[in-house]
Design a protein around this ligand. Structure first.
Ligand code: NAD
Length: 353
């Protein structure tokens, strides 16, 4: 086989392992930083404070106001706190929402970021930032927003509720599945994608059975790192486009929407890219779309868009919005075929084998 590909490694430092959240101070020192602004959501304010406490004076301020979709108004409030604290870096503890706030601050100030992820969303290893201004969501890619240091401590995911763990894990798996047929894929991203899927396939049932099992949590977070890394490295296609549409225009929750859509978008694309998806399909009984559906159902994942409050009439508009602009996808599609994919996900139908 003749090979031709581009490979660009993203310059981030990853520290992985139970208990490693105590290494924030060391990471700050290596970055030459002395005054961190510690970020979290209101819900995780106590976890943020627990991370900040041992930092002493190195934690110059805290901002526990991160929310979903990175609204510019929240970023401005956090920037004011960063100025007040004279911060020279941000430490973001949380899921994609808190990571997004740290990235939004870095975009505007160039402050270095240390991210301590507590979900499987993967934002911490991408150069992608989605922001909302007056209800409109825009996405950009910039090296400025790629966090410098990521500290993965599975102990911080022990209390991630099982339902969120499942949805967030499937959200991560979606990055890996689409990376396998990305037009700019390369051998390294494909290896990482399959390994990420394998790790989450093994870990999620164990997390559901025993949420405090640190080995299962560790394997899930390891998978999330791999899946996030490929999200940051290659272009995403139909699946991410549809989820972006459903989140941006219909206010559907991020991880749950990914979880529901994944088997349907992959079943649709599998017909056009069976060889590229074969290593992943082998992990799920030979067919990836239906295999992921069975996997998600066994985990108790959300299975139907209708259960998220989307009306059947919304599907027409979603199909129209998602097909307005062309983008790379292994299987050609039009409004009609996308409408069918959405219908199947709305009903929660098992994809055909
Ligand atoms: P989230 O960050 O919004 O978290 C959801 C809720 O769970 C929050 O209240 C949070 O505080 C709580 N939570 C998180 N971890 C917890 C834990 N361990 N224990 C208890 N509670 C916990 O959810 P998410 O799915 O991680 O992130 C979604 C957001 O991230 C979306 O806005 C999405 O667009 C963005 N995102 C961006 C990228 C990117 O590359 N730019 C990638 C993935 C997701």
């Amino acid at each position: 086989m003749t090979r031709s590909f581009d490979y660009a490694a993203r310059p981030a430092t990853i520290l992985f392992g139970p208990g490693r959240r105590t290494e924030v101070a060391g990471a700050m020192e290596r970055l030459g930083c002395r005054r961190a602004l510690v970020l979290s959501t209101p819900h995780q304010a106590a976890q943020g404070a627990a991370l900040a406490a041992p930092l002493g004076a190195l934690a110059a301020g805290t901002f526990a106001g991160a929310v979903m979709h990175t609204p510019v108004t929240v970023t401005e409030a956090a920037l004011a706190e960063a100025r007040r604290a004279d911060a020279d870096c941000v430490v973001a503890l949380g899921g994609g929402s808190t990571t997004g706030l740290g990235k939004a601050i870095a975009l505007r100030t160039d402050l270095p970021q240390i991210v301590v992820p507590t979900t499987y969303a993967g934002s911490e290893v991408t150069d992608i930032l989605g922001q909302t201004d007056s209800g409109e969501k825009t996405t950009l890619r910039s090296p400025k927003v790629l966090p410098e240091v990521v500290i993965y401590d599975p102990e911080l995911t022990i209390d991630l509720p099982v339902a969120m763990s499942v949805s967030s894990g499937l959200n991560a798996m979606a990055h890996a599945a689409e990376a396998l047929y990305a037009p700019d894929r390369n051998p390294i991203t494909s290896l990482m994608a399959v390994e990420g899927l394998r790790a989450l396939r093994d870990a999620l049932p164990a997390v559901v059975a025993s949420p405090r099992d640190i080995d299962a949590r560790s394997t899930a977070l390891y998978g999330a790192w791999l899946c996030g890394t490929v999200l940051g490295a290659v272009a995403m296609s139909l699946h991410h486009k549809l989820c972006h549409t459903l989140g941006g225009s219909f206010d559907m929750p991020h991880a749950e929407t990914h979880a529901i859509m994944l088997p349907h978008t992959i079943a649709f694309n599998e017909q056009a890219a069976p060889e590229l998806l074969a290593p992943a399909a082998a992990l799920f009984g030979g067919r990836l779309g239906v295999g992921l559906w069975d996997f998600a159902a066994a985990l108790g994942a959300p299975m139907r868009l209708r259960d998220l409050g989307l009306s059947e009439e919304d599907l027409d508009r979603a199909a129209e919005i998602a097909t307005r602009n062309p983008y790379a996808n292994p299987r050609p599609f039009d409004r009609g075929s996308i409408r069918k994919v959405l219908q199947a996900a709305w009903e929660g139908a098992r994809p055909p084998v």
